[in-house]
Design a protein around this ligand. Structure first.
Ligand code: PLP
Length: 240
C-alpha cells in the first residue's frame, strides 16, 4: 500500500476543488447562454481566473475571451488550447502594441490615434488586419479611457483610413451602477451613437458589434441593443 506524501494529498485536494468549481462554471455559463437572445455574444471576462476556469467556460459554449492585461493573457493563453477568440478589454499602452498583437485577436479599447498608427505599422509589416472596437467614454468620466462622444465620428473616420485596422463597432464601460437601471441612459446613448455612425456610411467601416453590459446590468444592455455583453462574476462567481 502506498502512503501518500503530504504534497500528493495537497495536490489531490486542489484537483477536486478545481473540478467542482469547473462544474459550477459550466452550469452558470449554460444558464446564461440559454437566456441570451439570438444575436448577442457573451464574452467571458477572465481577469484573475485560472486557465482551467476559462476552459470550463469554453466547454459550456463560450467562444470569446476578454483579458485586461497583455502579460496575463500571454501567461494564460498557451494553457487554453480550445478554439476561442481573445479580446483585449483593458487599456493598451503603445509600447505593448507588438506583444498585444501576438496574443490577442481583437482590441476593444482603441481610443488614441497614436496607438492606432503604431498598430497600423506593425500590422502592415505582416499583412494582417485587426478587428477593433472604439471605446467611448460615454459617462464623460475624467479618469476613464475612451473617446468623448462628440469626437467619435471624427476619430472613427481617421482610424478607417488605416487599411489594417478594421473598425467593427463600439465598446463602453459606463459609471458603475448602484442599480441596474442606472446604466440604461448610458446604454441608450451608446446605441444612438452606434446607429448615428452607421448612418454616416464611412467607407471601409462595418459596424456590427456594440459591446456593453457587465454582470450587474447586462439585461438592461441587451434591452437597449447590445450585441455583446462582457461577463465575469455572473459566469465565474465573485473574484477571490
Ligand atoms: C471585469 C470586466 C468586465 C466584467 O465584469 P463583471 O462585473 O465581473 O461582469 C467587463 N468588462 C471589463 C472591461 C472588465 O474589466
Amino acid at each position: 500500500m502506498v502512503i501518500p506524501t503530504p504534497v500528493e494529498v495537497q495536490s489531490r485536494a486542489v484537483t477536486i476543488t478545481t473540478t467542482v468549481s469547473a462544474q459550477g462554471i459550466e452550469r452558470r455559463v449554460r444558464e446564461i447562454l440559454a437566456r441570451m437572445p439570438a444575436g448577442v455574444t457573451v464574452l467571458a471576462a477572465t481577469k484573475d481566473r485560472h486557465p482551467d476556469e476559462i476552459r470550463a467556460a469554453i466547454r459550456a459554449g463560450i467562444r470569446a475571451i476578454g483579458e485586461n492585461y497583455v502579460q496575463e493573457a500571454e501567461r494564460k493563453r498557451p494553457s487554453v488550447p480550445e478554439p476561442a477568440t481573445w479580446h483585449l478589454i483593458g487599456r493598451l499602452q503603445k509600447n505593448k502594441a507588438r506583444r498585444a498583437l501576438a496574443v490577442f485577436d481583437w482590441l476593444q479599447t482603441l481610443d488614441s490615434l497614436p496607438l492606432a498608427e503604431r498598430l497600423e505599422r506593425l500590422l502592415a509589416a505582416s499583412g494582417r488586419r485587426l478587428p477593433v472596437l472604439v471605446q467611448v467614454n460615454v459617462g464623460r468620466e475624467p479618469q476613464k479611457a475612451g473617446v468623448p462622444p462628440e469626437e467619435l465620428a471624427d476619430f472613427v473616420s481617421r482610424v478607417a483610413a488605416l487599411p489594417h485596422l478594421e473598425v467593427r463597432g463600439l465598446m463602453a464601460i459606463p459609471p458603475a451602477p448602484s442599480r441596474p437601471e442606472d446604466s440604461r441612459p448610458y446604454f441608450r446613448a451608446m446605441r444612438r451613437l452606434f446607429e448615428g455612425l452607421k448612418a454616416e456610411g464611412i467607407p471601409g467601416v462595418r459596424l456590427d458589434v456594440l459591446s456593453m453590459g457587465m454582470s450587474a446590468d447586462w439585461e438592461i444592455a441587451v434591452e437597449e441593443g447590445a450585441t455583446m455583453v462582457r461577463l465575469g462574476t455572473a459566469l465565474f462567481g465573485p473574484r477571490g
